[in-house]
Write a protein that binds this ligand. Structure first.
Ligand SMILES: *Cc1c(COP(=O)(O)O)cnc(C)c1O
Length: 372
């Protein structure tokens, strides 16, 4: 039976990518050695990481002022690392609180000297919407937000509101669960980061897209003292270390990066961002249409802010839980349990998930309606 993988992360990857990645564990491209037993400084590997960077730049249309890095420590390390590099002594750091992941970023920022300011939040309704009211603060060191809230199923459909309120501020965005899913303009940001395991590859690497000119004394908006302080940060936690060493400061996670590269190739060969965005919108339309139509279900989030990557919903009558979940098992629907902080269900419909799988899910929802 085909299993339809709606897991929130680590999550579905293209079958062809998994096949090719598994082959490389035995032997990489006929070189007589496994991908896992060659030097990361060999041509075999440097070609792989260079291709991954180039594909990232090409697919997202990133200008040459940005460096693409593949780091470790997950998005979770980026919570701290971004604050550490961007916040100044006595400075003010702005955060938008849209749920668990942004809250964790706020926790890390609070460990540093600067003042952490929440300029918008949707906590009052357990994060079921994207806050539209943004407080304006002068001279923020940066503004951090989460583009797609994996757990709650909300997403910024446009960054205009933020850009209008903070046109001059360095923007930092956690795009872990919607990077490469739709067209964005990366050139609006000083830093974008994303754990690979949602839409890009296996766990183990974090994609970081960072604007290089902010570290250049001639072009930076950082003051002298800030630039001086940066020099004394731990080597691994400085973006400049990784920029200078092209992600090779220490041994990079070779398997994870290789698999990301294969996913990016797949994405390019299937039509790039515009084609995948169309597919993702189709999938999310199908699922939200069923959530709204089917009298047994209701969506969790406000309609305008619904994510095209993670659809959260509940049963209106909780007593149908066992019946629904049994049907899901019978039909190969896997990984739709909601996060414990929201409950109900969450269908993660990342890039590699096919429309057939979404159809299998809505047929299961319709079957429940017929037999209940
Ligand atoms: C999954 C996720 C994270 C956590 O990523 P790690 O790589 O496990 O640290 C952070 N932010 C968002 C939006 C996520 O979806």
């Amino acid at each position: 039976m085909k299993i339809h993988n709606f897991s929130a992360g680590p999550s579905i990857l293209p079958k062809s990518v998994i096949k090719e990645a598994s082959k490389a564990i035995i032997e990489l491209n006929g070189i007589g050695l496994s991908l896992l037993e060659i030097s990361h400084r060999s041509n075999h590997f440097t070609e792989i990481i260079e291709e991954a960077k180039e594909l990232t730049k090409e697919l997202l249309n990133i200008s040459d002022d940005y460096e693409v890095l593949f780091l470790q420590g997950g998005a979770s390390l980026q919570f701290y690392m971004s604050a550490l590099n961007f916040s100044s002594t006595n400075g003010k750091c702005g955060y938008i609180d849209t749920g668990t992941w942004s809250s964790k970023a706020i926790t890390e920022s609070n460990k540093l000297e600067g003042e952490t300011i929440i300029i918008a939040s949707s906590k009052d309704k357990n994060y079921n919407y994207i806050p539209k009211n943004i407080i304006e603060k002068k001279n923020l060191d940066y503004l951090h937000f989460t583009s797609n809230n994996t757990i709650y199923g909300t997403q910024y459909h446009s960054f205009k509101n933020i850009l209008n309120h903070y046109p001059e501020t360095a923007l930092i965005c956690d795009m872990s669960s919607d990077i490469f899913s739709r067209k964005i303009n990366p050139n609006n940001f000083s830093l974008i980061y994303a754990g690979a395991q949602k839409n890009l590859g296996p766990a183990g690497t974090t994609l970081v897209i960072i604007k290089k000119s902010i570290f250049n004394p001639q072009t930076t908006h950082f003051n002298k003292m800030h630039l001086e302080n940066l020099k004394h940060l731990p080597s691994y936690l400085k973006y400049t270390t990784h920029i200078e060493k092209s992600s090779m400061f220490n041994t990079p996670p070779v398997f994870s990066i290789y698999t990301c590269m294969l996913t990016l190739r797949w994405l390019k060969n299937t039509g790039g961002i515009s084609a995948i965005e169309e597919k993702n919108r189709k999938k999310s339309d199908i699922i939200y249409h069923e959530i709204d139509r089917n009298p047994l279900f209701e969506g969790y989030t406000q309609k305008d802010d619904r994510s095209i990557m993670n659809a959260t919903f509940k049963l209106k009558r909780p007593e149908l839980k066992d019946k629904f979940e049994k049907l899901c098992t019978q039909r190969g629907i896997s990984g739709i349990h909601g996060h414990r902080s929201v409950g109900g269900y969450r269908a993660s419909i990342y890039n590699a998930l096919d429309i057939q799988s979404v159809n299998a899910l809505i047929e299961t929802m319709q079957e429940l309606e017929k037999i209940r």
